[in-house]
Ligand binder design. Structure first.
Ligand code: AFP
Length: 319
């Protein structure tokens, strides 16, 4: 049986990177266990706190964030950490070489209804910038590894170190991730799209026109009937797309207060972009390749169009 460590070594990852990845996974196994316990663990419901985005934090958001932070801070190889649930970058160890960004529990509003959520992570190298917050502001092309752990009917790790994408299923009997797909590929074409249709009236004209063409089906200019799916957790949408193709969109919209999108570049869009590109798909903002966006702040938001190559090309071609 190929172990994850063997696979990472075959991909020429050094010991320090493997250590960082294994620490993320050990925290994720703990998160997976707590999610499975659900109400039995007394963890559901909101805290009184709000995070930096002004959203109500779920208790398990806070617990997951702390589990990951503690695991990573204990690594001699981690120089700094940035999380959706931390207002500012958190220092790690001075001798460390890696920067880790993560969304500890993406889709957390799904927890109380027992629907899939996940942990998304991205790993880069420090540039040596003495200002830690600035050190993080590197384009997604600098990521050395990215992935997510999806907590669904089974717990699945999806990971890339820049040499393709593999999927690993957590075998709870042995507490290890077991390789279940070593060559994840996204089909170039699709008939499935994902977008929060309730925001339709706020979208910009090109997105209005593109989605109208999708809805027009066989009679429209695209000439095929599309199905729609919306789990409301990016991690689950991306997992569906890595499994059978599709397009996922969270575009800019004109709601007030105006934001450039809902999703965050550094710990949602960039790691997903690396996975999607490594699996043969595309991930773009409305104007550029996601991995080439020059970040201006850790909690920056971006519009996202990702998935099957030909469909993403079509979506962003509307002007
Ligand atoms: P939460 O982690 O706050 O639940 O947000 C999840 C998310 O950022 C992303 O995973 C989804 O794609 C998106 O929100 C769903 O947003 P809607 O609220 O528009 O359904």
């Amino acid at each position: 049986m190929t172990t994850l460590n063997d696979s990472l070594k075959q991909q020429e990852c050094d010991i320090s990177l493997i250590d960082v990845i294994q620490r993320i996974l050990s925290a994720s196994k703990d998160i997976s266990f707590r999610l499975q316990q659900g109400a039995l663990a007394g963890i559901l419901g909101a805290t009184e706190e709000e995070n930096v985005q002004g959203e109500t934090q779920k208790k398990l958001d806070v617990i997951s964030n702390d589990l990951l932070k503690d695991a990573l801070k204990a690594s001699p190889y981690v120089y700094g950490i940035a999380s959706e649930e931390e207002d500012f970058a958190v220092p790690g160890n001075d001798g460390g070489e890696y920067l880790v960004t993560y969304d500890p529990l993406d889709g957390s509003s799904n927890i109380d209804i027992n629907v899939s959520v996940g942990t998304i992570f991205s790993i880069m190298k420090t540039t040596g910038n003495s200002d830690l917050a600035q050190d993080f502001l590197q384009a997604g092309t600098n990521q050395v590894a990215a992935g997510y752990v999806l907590y669904g009917p089974s717990t699945i790790l999806v990971i890339t170190t820049g040499k393709g994408v593999s999927m690993w299923t957590l075998d709870n009997r042995i507490g290890e991730f077991v390789l279940t797909n070593d060559k994840v590929q996204i089909p170039a074409q699709t008939k499935e799209f994902a977008i929060n249709m309730s925001n339709q009236r706020f979208w910009a004209e090109p997105v209005q026109a593109y989605v109208a063409d999708l809805l027009a089906g066989e009679e429209g200019p695209i000439g095929k009937r599309f199905n729609m799916r919306w789990v409301a957790a990016m991690v689950a949408e991306v997992h569906r797309i890595l499994t059978r193709g599709g397009i996922f969109m969270y575009p800019w919209d004109g709601r007030e207060p105006s934001k450039p999108g809902k999703l965050r570049l550094m710990y949602e869009a960039n790691p997903m972009a690396m996975l999607v590109e490594q699996a043969g798909g595309l991930c773009r903002t409305d104007s550029e390749r996601m991995l080439e966006v020059a970040p201006t702040e850790i909690h920056q938001r971006v519009p996202v169009f990702l998935g099957s190559k030909e469909e993403v090309e079509r979506a962003v071609s509307y002007k």
